[in-house]
Structures are given as C-alpha cells and as structure tokens.
Design a protein around this ligand. Structure first.
Ligand code: GLU
Length: 529
C-alpha cells in the first residue's frame, strides 16, 4: 500500500493549488510585507511591542503591508481572548494592521489552527520527495535515546545522524506500525538538504550558519505543525518579504533555511532584532517578565505613560538615527522618521526607565494642555477613581491647573506619566503642611488677589527689601554679604509656603488658580481646625 496514502488518507489539495490560491502580491519590489505573529497567550511583553513596531515601520515606511497572524499551534499556551487582548494592546500603541486575523484579507485564514489542511498538503509533498518520514518513537524511547547519548559523550542530543531510529524504516515496517495504530510524528530528513554556510540578516548583517543535523519534527502526533514548519509554509504563502522576530530564533535559522529549500520556496529577508536588556549593578541582563514590571505592557497602562512616548522611546533605542532626527524635527510625528532596518543596533537594546521618563516628559510637553487634561482624566477614570473624582469635582479648575505648565514659552517638563500628576499638582487639590513664618504672615497682609502680575511682583520685591533680601540681583552680586539672600531665595519662601515645593510653575499663576482664600490660608494659617 502507498505509504503516503496511509499517512494522509484524506483528500488533500496539491501545493500548486495553494500557490495559486495565494498568488504573489501585486506590489512593487520596494514594498515590504511584514507580520506580527504572536501566540495567543493573553500577555504581551515590551519585546513583542518592539518587534511589532519594527515590522510595522518596515512595512509602512515602504508603503507595504503589515498583517497579523495568530500562531495557536500550542494549545497549552493559549488563553481565551488572548488574541483580542493582544490586538487591543497594540491598537493602544497605534500599531495598526492592514490585514490578518480579525482584520480580513485575501491570504487567510490568519490563524494557524485553521490552516492544518494546508500544512498537510506540504507535509505530504515532502514525504513524497523523500525529505520527510514518519517517526514512531515514543516519549520513553526518546528519553532512552538521550541517556544513551549522554553515556556515549555526544556533544549534542536529539534526533540526528546514527540516532535517527525511524529514518530508514521499510515500507512494511511503516505500514505495520500505522495499522497497529501507533502514533507518529513527521520528521524532516535533514541529511538530504544542504544549506549555505553564510547568511545575510537584515539587521545582523553577515552571519555564519551551522548546518542543522537534527531531523526536527514537522507535524506532531495530533497532526498539528511545529512552529518551524508552520512558519515556512505561512510566511511563504502569505508572501511575507521580511520576517522580523527576536534574536532567540537565530539558532533555528538553519532549520528554517533548510525548510524553505526543501519546500522550494524563496526565503524571506530575516531581520533578527536584539533582545531588550537592562543594566543592573554594572551588568547587562535580559529584561525579565518576572522581575521587571516594565517588561509588561500593562505597566505602561497602569502608570499612565502616553503610548506615543513609549513608541518614541523604543524608536530611540532601536535606531541610533532617531534621536538626531527628533532634535531636528521636534514636532514631526514619529511615523515620518525614515526608518531603515540597517540602522538597528546589533547589540542588545538597553532599556532604561530614566531615559524613558525623559522622552516621555518631552513628549508630554509637546501635547496641548487640553490633550493632557483629557489623557489624565481618561487614565484616572480607569486606574485611580478617587483621583478622578477629585479632578472632576470642578472641571474648570482642573483645566486651569493643567494649562499652567503650558503658559510659558518653554513648556515645563514636570511629569513623565499621567499618574505622577497626582503628586506633582497635589497642592492644587489637597492641604499641604503649613510653612508659616513672619515673612509669609507679613506678605498675607499686603496680598491683594486682584493685583496684576507686575504689581504683585513689585510688592514682593518691596517686602524682600524689608526683610533684608536683595530685590535686585546685580546689587546682590556686588555685595552678597549685605543680604540674607537674593530675590529668588525670597520668592522660594513664598513658593514653599503656597505649594509645599521648591520648584513649581509660575507662582503668580498658581496663586490665581488657587484663589484668595487658599492663598491666605497657607500664608497665615487661617485654617479652621
Ligand atoms: N509565534 C512566535 C512567537 O510568539 C513568533 C515568532 C515569529 O515572529 O516568527 O515567538
């Protein structure tokens, strides 16, 4: 009996059928097709965003296509709604797909579990070509194989060379095994497919390839493909031009090149992106989901980072040309940055929250006061309802508070996250510890809430003189020993009494917003206890 028929008894389309069903895309050479291919695990890591962003930029900066494929061949890792969660998370970060799972398109299904028939067509084809074979080894036999390999001091373990027990089974043996219902996997005949010893990666440049000698599994006992096999079939049929993925896949590259060759597909341009690292006590280590909250995208949501700022920061660490470009184009959208994968650093990308905060402060300072108010309200409504209630008690007041940082010619960079506003502007909403002195009491007496800024400042200067501070900086510089301090030191006393902080936006503006009652209260302690 025909072995192929025994292994694949159901009617299958030919590879040619699929080639015609998913023809070459009608695009120019220069237009790239990339994808994001997560497993629907329901969690998304900053590294996933990193690769999605690079893939998206490569596609869209070439006017190409960016699509979403759900790699759900490992049912153990799947969680309900996992794919939807990932889509939502990426949408929040404005990483948008043109086609794919939940987006439609001509190259679907974009969910691997719905493509089994396609994988089987190609698996059968490899079998017919003598490039694949069924393997009936049980888990126990494979364990035994490994202990033999250990005993014999093999450098590598696995299913290769002389250890490939099922590589040369006779047709009769295969037939008997199948007839007795033995489960089987389909393996690649790695010894029949040579590969070049060098490869050009889109990011890493020239790399050495170590030939793969492992007869890796293509189809598991349940007929579901492994990542390796599904990747080759899907990226070919979906006409992916650039496979952007983490460098942890680099060691599997020889297998993938072998598979493309066995299947007679042209390999895509692989772009292996650096792992995100963190510096700790002078050493670099991988950003860890377990140890580092910033590894999870949830962190950015909970802290209230503007999503655009996180993207800007990732672009900064991905691409050395981004920061100089940003300096020259302070107001341009990051999508206008001419993205070139060649400029992606080869070494591990270093993630640093301090730098992220700087980028974020800068980003927020370029938003309008109105946008910031809306973002803060939206964030608070979801993550800090008490704060939301405080902010919305008098929305006009809150709008004025958030305008304050934007009134000066150079916007202030007071906060990196929306959650920080609660602390940074707390003096507008909460009582502060009183810091009353003779100076503040005296000032309360002359304070007139309707004074213009000029008169307000004149009065402060006069009072400063009365208390032995220089109202004129030149005079102070000439004879510092004659004064208790300069006008800045004097204002600092008032600022601390009114805001509880040494640093704040314009004090006059703050006092105007706080209102006369609160100002006087903080200067004179007229609080009712
Ligand atoms: N499903 C793989 C993963 O989640 C995707 C790797 C790739 O992009 O090819 O790691």
């Amino acid at each position: 009996m025909d072995i192929t028929q025994l292994l694949f008894p159901n009617e299958l389309q030919t590879p040619q059928y699929w080639e015609e069903k998913y023809p070459k895309r009608d695009l120019e050479e220069t237009q790239s097709v990339t994808r994001f291919a997560p497993s629907p695990t329901g969690s998304i890591h900053i590294g996933n965003l990193f690769s999605a962003l690079i893939a998206e930029r490569i596609a869209h900066s070439s006017d190409g296509i960016f699509y979403l494929r759900i790699e759900d061949t490992d049912k153990k890792r799947e969680v309900e709604g996992g794919a939807e969660y990932i889509i939502k998370a990426l949408e929040n970060f404005s990483v948008k797909f043109d086609e794919g799972y939940a987006h439609g398109g001509e190259y679907g299904s974009y969910k691997q579990s719905e493509r089994v028939e396609i994988y089987h067509s190609f698996a059968k084809y490899l079998l017919e070509k003598g490039l694949a074979y069924p393997c009936f080894c049980t888990a126990e036999e494979l364990d035994e194989l490994r202990s033999q390999q250990e005993k014999q001091g093999e450098l590598f373990y696995g299913y290769f060379g002389k250890w490939t027990k099922c590589r040369n089974l006779s047709e009769k043996e295969i037939e008997d095994n199948i007839k007795t219902g033995k489960p089987w996997v389909l393996r690649l005949r790695s010894d029949k497919i040579g590969i070049p010893n060098e490869w050009k990666d889109g990011i890493k440049g020239k790399i050495k390839l170590t030939p793969n000698e492992q007869d890796i599994v293509l189809l598991k006992t349940d007929g579901i493909p492994t990542y390796h096999f599904a990747h080759a079939v899907d990226d070919h049929l979906m006409r992916t031009t650039h496979v952007v993925r983490g460098e942890e896949w680099l060691s599997s590259l020889p297998i993938h090149i072998q598979l493309f060759k066995a299947l007679e597909f042209t390999p895509p341009q692989y772009c292996h992106i650096p792992t995100i690292m963190k510096s700790e006590n002078g050493n670099k280590r991988k950003l860890s989901k377990r140890k580092d909250p910033e590894a999870s995208l949830k962190f950015y949501e909970i802290e209230g980072y503007p999503y655009g700022a996180v993207i800007e920061y990732l672009l900064t660490i991905i691409n050395s040309a981004f920061e100089p470009w940003r300096k020259k184009n302070p107001t341009a959208h990051y999508n206008e940055f001419p993205f070139n994968p060649k400029n992606i650093g080869n070494a591990g990308a270093l993630f640093d929250v301090i730098k992220l905060n700087d980028v974020s402060k800068d980003y927020i300072s370029k938003l309008s006061a109105e946008d910031v108010t809306n973002y803060v309200l939206k964030w608070a409504e979801e993550y800090n309802l008490d704060y939301y209630n405080v902010l919305t008690k008098d929305i006009e007041y809150t709008e004025k508070v958030f305008e304050i940082a934007y009134k000066s010619a150079r916007p202030r960079k007071d906060f990196a996250t929306f959650s920080e506003t609660k602390d940074v502007y707390s003096y507008f909403y909460e009582d502060i510890p009183l810091q009353i002195s003779d100076i503040t009491k005296k000032y309360a007496e002359i304070y007139n809430h309707t004074d213009t800024k000029e008169i307000w400042y004149e009065k402060i200067k006069e009072l400063a003189e009365q208390f032995g501070y220089a109202s004129d900086n030149k005079a102070f510089k000439a004879n510092p020993e004659q004064y208790k301090g300069n006008i800045g030191n004097f204002v600092a006393i008032l600022r601390t009494a009114i805001t509880g902080r040494e640093n704040s936006p314009d004090l006059y503006d703050i006092m105007q917003i706080l209102g006369e009652k609160k100002v006087i209260e903080r200067l004179k302690d007229e609080r009712k206890t």
